[in-house]
Design a protein. Structure first.
Lengths: 384, 532
């Protein structure tokens, strides 16, 4: 069954056709919301372009149009971003992972849901939908990027990552079924990726249409799209990309972001992963203020994504709220894996989605989870 | 060695500059119009230099050039080779085949998808095979390409760390296609990031003949004039490589010109760390120099519409030059440029009786221009009354705006909070503020800065680099770094340096993200001398 037949069966009349321009805008927006992580968009974008060039349509539907009983799953890349840039996927990986998940579930998968906002996994979700011939639902599990599989609104709302199917380019398949233990699912999926050679392709978070509506960040794709569109327009029309970005968040999500600092990276201290850090890159970045922020200092902790911001020693943002450092002229996000001494940027803070801020959410991805002896305080209060 | 004099040429968009050097002394300078074939312009400048200096050609010990042969051929899609393309990667990577995202005309110019093959092979980061190399498939594909391709580009997954599949594939290609078909191996061209490295390798393969012809005709021209000296080409980092090496790696010359200018500024000023500000008529390039070389760009470099990861100098270009128009409302400056009157300065600028206020005019009004530069045919002001009529406040405001623009550009490129020296070169070097520039300890404009690029080609230093991946849980860090240093020194020697003179410039360690363990990439840059 193709994507159009699926839509006909659901009785969906309104949907959005995703073309190359759209995928580019969505990916830029997602990269900004990825809060410094999420990897390099290039591979995912080129894959999505190829899928479109082959005439495979990519279509996005609103979650309210999705029937309650259908089966969906999230296709994603899990592993080392650097390996991905050297070893792009086989065009078969997603189909293989999805088919094996279907076989394990005994049900056919009728739509995909992006797992996060990120340079890699956002365009990959669209390419995967095109390859697999199903629509993308306008939701995700974070509306930002996080480093681990279990850090989703799905988990905090009672949906679990298991069963997850993890495959590699050579056709190796690992089925992970840890029931409600999502941390163990993450750990096993990470190990499978390392054993494969650094990168795995997964079909994860199988859930019903009803669960999608109850547990996802709704319309998160539209939010990323609006953000990307706004920044692209700012570039074309020589407007302030930060102002346009903040405006788009106001209009699309009804939230107020904060432009808190403009500065230049003057120090980067990286630490290598160890047992206690689960292998993630962590460190600290110091920015010295420029222009109206001259004389002030910003300090950012990162664990793949930006985590905590302090300005002149005062905490201004805590996870799961979003931190983005954007090039002041182009609005291009600066990622933790490519930032360099001397980069100049504007720091923007964005409140996390309310579904990420539940008590369970704060427990799973609040400051204490990342090893800080700090209580979560919403970014709105820290910047009142 | 024949002699101690050095000849250097810098091919620019309009002029090809030449210099004849003895140690640090400029014996002669020449400017010839750049010609369409590039080579003729160089030969014209060469003849002018020999004539004006009257030196004995036998005294010349080195000839070097910064050139645009390669860049022009790719941008204009002219005289490109037909390229056989092998990617050693299947079953991985098929989602994005070679040439994805290339402009259609460029794809056609190099032969198109007919010669593209994704072959089973390539490595994982840890050294395992993705699949055993499918040698039969390579031989089979070569038989079909025979007589149809001029060169071959081979790119294997993780070849910068594990080159064995690329090397084996090259043997098979050579067996079937013979020695006349040139082979480019991606791991000799660029680093991790498959698609960009593959693009770089394919582009390199496409300009082999262009570079070979250029080198051959220059060698011949030099020889005909009684010069018995080796030929060198400036590479992207501003160091040089022997011409015989350059014919295998023409892609290393795409940023040859700007890199040579930066190196010339360093050489003429004697400043090794600081900023170089190259001020022209319409724009200014700012580069940060570390130990005499321009810092590298960390982002992808697009050549002829194709994304590559070729190493190029990190240059910041801003729209500020001598001809830049100062837009103002009364005494208030609204904007500097971005438009420039360019070479029409002498018609349109206030100082020449024209209607427009330019950066040049502001400099005249400020009294910083007191004599004309050799490179300009006219005096710096022909209508002093027009300059005198300018409101004093406007001149001050414009001068402050120019200073602020320069300061911001310099600050963007600086990576230290300490003040650093700045070298101002180019035709516009004297028309901008030089006193009290924020973040700058002193401003210099050394003699001969107008032929700085040509001078920059004559610095007999060779740069090279190497990379490796290390698992710090298994291998000692110091040993791993030493291993990469040795590789970099070998690479410098291959490019023409005397191995004993090669020294380390910097060591960079980049951790792998999203991967447990303590893996990191080590990158070492070195430089060595051509003459003992």
């Amino acid at each position: 069954m193709g994507v159009r037949e699926i839509l006909a069966e659901w009785g969906v009349k309104e949907f959005r056709v995703i073309d190359k321009a759209a995928i580019q805008e969505i990916t830029l927006g997602a990269s900004i919301l990825a809060t410094g992580g999420g990897g390099d968009p290039e591979i995912g974008l080129l894959w999505a372009y190829k899928v479109l060039d082959e005439g495979k349509g990519i279509i996005m539907v609103d979650p309210t149009d999705v029937p309650d009983e259908i089966q969906v799953a999230s296709p994603a890349c899990l592993g080392a971003a650097l390996v991905l840039t050297e070893k792009p996927p086989s065009s078969e990986v997603i189909n293989l992972a999805m088919r094996r998940l279907e076989r394990y579930l005994g049900r056919s998968i009728q739509a995909t849901i992006p797992i996060e906002c990120g340079g890699v996994n956002s365009p990959v979700a669209y390419a995967a939908a095109g390859e697999f011939g199903v629509p993308v639902i306008d939701v995700d599990g974070m509306n930002r990027a996080f480093p681990e599989l279990q850090m989703t609104s799905w988990v905090t709302h009672g949906v679990h990552a298991s069963p997850t199917v993890s495959v590699d380019d050579r056709g190796n398949v690992t089925v992970i079924d840890t029931g409600e233990d999502d941390l163990l699912a993450e750990s096993l999926a990470r190990r499978a990726a390392m054993a494969y050679g650094g990168i795995s392709w997964i079909a994860t978070y199988p859930m019903t249409g009803k669960e999608v509506k109850e547990a996802s960040i709704l319309n998160s794709q539209s939010i990323a799209w609006a953000v990307g569109k706004a920044v692209m327009r700012a570039r074309r029309e020589h407007l302030d990309p930060i102002a346009e970005l903040l405006r788009s968040l106001r209009e699309e999500r009804g939230v107020e972001g904060f432009r808190v600092f403009k500065g230049k990276i003057v120090d980067i201290r990286r630490e290598f992963g160890s047992e206690t850090t689960k292998g993630f890159t962590l460190g600290k970045v110091i920015m010295e203020g420029i222009d109206e922020h001259r004389g002030h200092t910003a300090e950012l902790d990162f664990q793949n994504e930006w985590l905590i911001l302090r300005i002149d020693g005062e905490v201004r943002c805590l996870p799961p709220d979003l931190i983005a450092i954007l090039d002041s002229e182009t609005g291009e996000p600066i990622r933790t894996d490519i930032m360099k001494y001397g980069y100049r940027g504007t720091i923007v803070l964005i409140p996390a989605h309310e579904r990420m801020r539940t008590p369970k959410g704060i427990e799973l991805f609040g400051p204490r989870h990342f090893g800080y002896d700090l209580d979560y305080v919403p970014v709105e209060e820290l910047n009142a | 060695m024949a002699g101690t004099l050095r000849l250097g040429f810098d091919v620019g968009g309009t002029f090809t500059d030449g210099v004849l050097m003895r140690d640090r002394e400029v014996l002669a300078k020449a400017k010839a119009l750049t010609t369409e074939d590039v080579t003729t312009g160089i030969i014209n400048a060469l003849d002018e230099l020999l004539k004006s200096s009257g030196v004995n050609p036998a005294e010349i010990g080195m000839v070097s050039l910064g050139t645009t042969h390669t860049t022009n051929a790719i941008i204009e899609r002219r005289n490109l080779n037909k390229v056989g393309i092998f990617r050693l990667a299947a079953p991985a990577t098929t989602a994005i085949p070679p040439l994805t995202g290339w402009p259609e005309d460029l794809k056609r110019a190099i032969g198109g998808p007919e010669f593209v093959h994704i072959i089973r092979g390539g490595s994982e980061y840890d050294g395992r095979d993705i699949a055993p190399l499918d040698e039969g498939a390579i031989a089979e594909a070569c038989r079909k390409m025979k007589g149809k391709v001029d060169s071959v580009a081979i790119t294997g997954v993780f070849s910068p760390i594990i080159p064995k599949h690329e090397e084996r594939a090259a043997e098979i290609v050579r067996d079937v296609l013979g020695d006349e078909v040139h082979i480019t191996l991606s791991h000799r061209i660029a680093t991790i990031s498959l698609l960009e490295r593959e693009n770089s390798a394919i582009l390199n393969a496409s300009v082999i003949t262009v570079m070979r012809r250029a080198v051959e005709s220059l060698k011949e021209a030099v020889k005909e004039r009684g010069i018995n000296a080796p030929l060198f080409i400036v590479q992207n980092d501003g160091s040089v490589m022997s011409a015989d090496y350059a014919v295998d790696y023409p892609i290393f010359t795409v940023a040859s010109g700007p890199a040579a200018s930066v190196r010339g500024a360093v050489y003429l000023s004697g400043i090794e760390d600081g900023v170089v500000v190259d001020i022209g008529g319409t724009s200014t390039d700012v580069a940060y120099i570390v130990k005499g070389f321009p810092r590298e760009s960390s982002i992808t470099v697009t050549i002829g519409g194709v994304k590559t990861n070729i190493r190029c100098p990190d240059l910041l270009s801003i729209a500020l030059g001598g001809g830049t128009i100062v837009k103002h409302k009364g005494e208030e400056v609204v904007a500097l440029g971005p438009e420039s009157v360019g070479y029409n300065l002498v018609r349109l600028g206030k100082a020449f009786g024209g209607p427009l206020l330019t950066v040049h005019d502001v400099a005249v009004a400020k009294g910083v221009l007191t004599e004309r530069l050799d490179v300009f045919k006219t005096d710096f002001v022909t209508h002093p009354e027009k300059i005198e009529a300018l409101p004093k406040r406007l001149v001050e405001n414009a001068w402050a705006a120019i200073k602020a623009t320069l300061e911001e550009a310099i600050d963007k490129m600086k990576t230290t909070a300490e003040p650093v020296p700045a070298i101002f070169i180019g035709g516009g070097a004297l028309v901008v503020p030089r006193e009290g520039i924020a973040g700058v300890s002193k401003v210099l404009s050394p003699e001969h800065f107008e032929v700085g690029g040509a001078v920059g080609t004559t610095i007999a230093e060779i740069g090279a680099y190497a990379e490796g991946v290390v698992d710090l849980e298994r291998e000692d860090r110091e040993e791993a770094i030493a291993r990469v240093i040795e590789q970099a020194k070998d690479n410098a020697a291959a490019a023409g340096a005397i191995r004993e003179t090669v020294e380390v410039m910097d060591i960079e360690e980049i951790p792998f993200t999203y991967m447990p363990g303590k893996r990191e990439k080590i990158r070492v840059r070195v430089k060595g001398k051509i003459f003992a």
